[in-house]
Design a protein around this ligand. Structure first.
Ligand SMILES: O=C(CO)[C@H](O)[C@H](O)COP(=O)(O)O
Length: 232
C-alpha cells in the first residue's frame, strides 16, 4: 500500500469519530487533506458540522468541499481537531509544522477539547527530533532571534544549526501569519517540555512545532492496518 493510501486510511477512521453538530478544527497537510475531502463527502450527505481551518490552504479546500466554516472569534471552543503530524511519540507529544501551519494549528488544537492525530505509522518515533523542529519567528530582527534561539539550543546540549526555510527561487517561506520559519535539525530531543518552555521565552519566537499535552488520541495506519492510541 502506498504512503498516500495509508494516510487516507487513517483519515477515514477519524471521520468515523465525527458526529452531528460537532465544531471541528481542520488540520493542514496531505493527511489532513484526505480528512477534509472525506468530511466533505459526509457533509454533502447531510452531516451537520462547522469547521475552523488551520491554514488558508485548508480554508480553500473546505470551502470547495462545501464544509461550513466558522472562526475562533465566533466559536472559541471546539469539540475536536483532526490534524496530521510530522512525528509523534508514545505519549502523544508531537512535532508539527512541516507544512508551515504550526501557529494556527496550535491555536486551534488548544481551543479543542480533543485532538486526534492522523498519520501513516512511519511518523511514530521513540524520541522526538528526527524531523527538523520548525520554529516560527517574526521577520523583524531575524539574525538576533536566530542567535538567541541557537543559544537556547546550545544550553540544552542540542545542535545549533538553524536553516531559514525557503520557498520558490530561494525566497524565505512566509507563513499565513507573515512570519519566517527556522528549521532546527536536532537529532534527538531528550527533554521536549524544557525546550518548549525555553523557546517560547525568546523574544521574536512566535511559536514552535513541539505540541505537548494537546493530542488526546492518534490513528496510525500501517501495512498491518490501523492502530489507535489514546482516546478516539
Ligand atoms: O504540521 C503540519 C503542517 O504544518 C502537518 O500536519 C504535518 O507537516 C504533516 O503533514 P503530512 O500529513 O503532509 O505528512
Amino acid at each position: 500500500m502506498s504512503g498516500d493510501d495509508l494516510k487516507r486510511m487513517a483519515a477515514a477512521r477519524a471521520v468515523e469519530a465525527v458526529t452531528d453538530g460537532m465544531r471541528l478544527g481542520l488540520g493542514t497537510g496531505s493527511t489532513a487533506h484526505h480528512f477534509v475531502a472525506l468530511l466533505g463527502e459526509k457533509v454533502r450527505g447531510g452531516l451537520k458540522v462547522t469547521g475552523v481551518p488551520t491554514s488558508e490552504a485548508t480554508r480553500a479546500q473546505a470551502l470547495a468541499e462545501g464544509i461550513p466554516l466558522t472562526t475562533l472569534d465566533e466559536t472559541p471552543g471546539l469539540d475536536l481537531t483532526v490534524d496530521g503530524a510530522d512525528e509523534l511519540d508514545a505519549t502523544l507529544r508531537l512535532i508539527k509544522g512541516g507544512g508551515g501551519a504550526l501557529l494556527r494549528e496550535k491555536i486551534v488544537a488548544a481551543a479543542s477539547t480533543r485532538m486526534i492525530v492522523i498519520a501513516d505509522a512511519s511518523k511514530k518515533v521513540e524520541t522526538l527530533g528526527r524531523f527538523a523542529l520548525p520554529i516560527e519567528v517574526n521577520p523583524f530582527g531575524l539574525e538576533a532571534t536566530r542567535r538567541a534561539v541557537a543559544h537556547v539550543l546550545e544550553t540544552h546540549g542540542l545542535p545549533t544549526t538553524l536553516r531559514l526555510r525557503t520557498a520558490a527561487k530561494d525566497k524565505a517561506f512566509v507563513t499565513d501569519g507573515g512570519h519566517f520559519i527556522l528549521d532546527a535539525e536536532l537529532g534527538a530531543i531528550d527533554a521536549p517540555e524544557a525546550l518548549a518552555e525555553a523557546l517560547v521565552a525568546v523574544p521574536g519566537v512566535v511559536e514552535h512545532g513541539l505540541f505537548i499535552g494537546l493530542a488526546t488520541g492518534a490513528i496510525l495506519a500501517g501495512d498491518d492496518g490501523v492502530v489507535e492510541y489514546g482516546t478516539i
